[in-house]
Design a protein around this ligand. Structure first.
Ligand code: SP5
Ligand code: ZN
Length: 341
């Protein structure tokens, strides 16, 4: 399987994440991508390609123009305002307040975000753009006839809504790739999100549509991020009714239980008969993950890859979360190796 990777991921190198009242070293750090790349090389998974440049148009198919402009200018505006640290949102429009874009940078940070876990600094824009190009280059490989491709995206994307960043995500790489398939004539596309966290951005982007089936398996949002979306009664709306599926699990969930939801998801995907599959691949379901509560083990990722292969679909993997850096390479590449059999 071919892997797409951009060294520009390292342009995102924030020093802070607000967690537990402290500014800690971010969980989403450059060594994550480097460790996965090293495992891809070590296992000789296949050719490693740098992405092509696709420009902003495919991004604008999913994200709003004003959000894209905000991300491009955010850091410069923050500096121009004389701030000392990294850009972190701290104010939001709570219940009863106005959802209106303010001019001030603190107001705009809140308007375009869902959390304070995601700082912005120099290079975030460049890395987020490169991550989209990685996903779209993988999409092009699959559209060109590859059975599957591994888009080693960083930063991740599945939490990003049309006009919201957060959860370490800026552009929704999986959604942009799914939309690219649609724009190239694929009639139906499925996005299966196996990251520990709900794929709230992807769900939101396609919630009213029946041409993109979205399924997410994740930790109960009653207990974990993203807290305010990802419940099982969210099944889609309007034309999209019946085209979103959320499967949630409690703390301590092992693969033996998790795989039952995977089976349900795979059966739903098969019934939808998509022409392509995008897998939002997080490996923060791992038993040692520092911010998550499932109990998957490294061999379980081989079984996941095998099951996905059985769907028989052209498949694009986009890298999402996974924060036990020691195991992230083995676990992510295990999915690819399981897929390849
Ligand atoms: C792509 C992805 O996996 N994003 C996840 C974003 C989660 N951000 C909030 C993390 C809060 C971590 N709190 C740590 C508590 C440890 N017990
Ligand atoms: Zn995650």
């Amino acid at each position: 399987m071919k892997t797409v990777f951009s060294p520009l991921h390292s342009r995102r190198h924030v020093k802070t994440e607000l967690d537990g009242g402290l500014l800690i070293e971010p969980h989403e750090k450059p060594s994550r991508a480097e460790t996965i790349l090293a495992r891809v090389k070590d296992q000789a998974l296949g050719e490693i390609l740098e992405p092509e440049e696709f420009g902003l148009e495919p991004i604008r198919r999913v994200h709003t123009d004003s959000y894209v402009a905000f991300l491009e200018n955010c850091w410069q505006e923050w500096l121009a305002d004389g701030k000392q640290g990294e850009a972190i949102p701290v104010f939001w429009a709570g219940r009863g307040m106005r959802h209106r874009e303010p001019r001030d940078i603190d107001g705009r940070l809140g308007y375009y975000s869902m959390g304070a876990d995601t700082s912005i600094s120099d290079g975030t824009w460049e890395a987020a753009r490169a991550s989209v190009n990685v996903a779209l280059t993988g999409q092009k490989l699959v559209a060109g006839g590859e059975r599957a491709a591994f888009a080693l995206c960083r930063p991740p994307g599945h939490h990003a809504h049309a006009d919201l960043f957060g959860g370490y995500c800026f552009f929704n790489n999986a959604a942009i790739a799914a939309q690219a398939f649609r724009d190239q004539g694929y009639e139906r596309v499925a996005v299966l999100d196996v990251d520990f966290h709900h794929g709230n951005g992807t769900q939101s982007i396609f919630y009213g549509r029946n041409d993109v089936l979205t399924i997410s398996l994740h930790g109960d949002p009653d207990l974990v991020f993203p807290h305010f979306l990802g419940f099982e009664d969210e099944t889609g709306e309007g034309d999209g009714e019946g085209y979103n599926l959320n499967i949630i699990y409690p703390p301590g969930t092992p693969f033996s239980v998790w795989r039952e939801g995977l089976e349900t998801a795979c059966e739903r995907i098969a019934g939808f008969a998509p022409e392509a599959l995008v897998v939002a691949l997080g490996v923060d379901t791992f038993e040692e993950d520092p911010i998550s509560f499932f109990k998957l083990t490294s061999p379980d990722y081989l079984a996941l890859g095998r099951r996905l292969e059985q769907l028989g679909l052209p498949t694009l993997f986009t890298m999402e979360g996974g924060y036990d850096v020691d195991a992230i390479g083995v676990n992510a590449v295990n999915v690819m190796q399981g897929f390849e059999g």
